[in-house]
Write a new protein. Structure first.
Length: 80
């Protein structure tokens, strides 16, 4: 796998995408669970090349459990 530099703009876009999908899932729940999961996966792939203690990686470790809970709740039929 070729490593590429992660710019601050890329980090901002990834975070915006995750937050947008979280909002969509929270707001109406319909069909936003897969886009949220994909946004998280894309973020992990893009940010894995940063040092583990970098702020974007810490953010991702904090936000993932919440996102997973939202996705699980959506599958149970009631978004938190």
């Amino acid at each position: 796998m070729t490593r590429r530099r992660v710019s601050a703009r890329t980090v901002d876009r990834l975070q915006d995408r995750v937050y947008l999908q979280m909002f969509r899932l929270e707001a109406d729940g319909s069909g936003a669970d897969l886009p949220l999961a994909m946004a998280l996966l894309d973020s992990w792939i893009a940010l894995e090349q940063l040092p583990p203690e970098s702020e974007p990686r810490r953010w991702l470790r904090r936000i993932c459990p919440l996102c997973i809970r939202l996705i699980q709740e959506a599958h149970r039929g009631s978004v938190v």
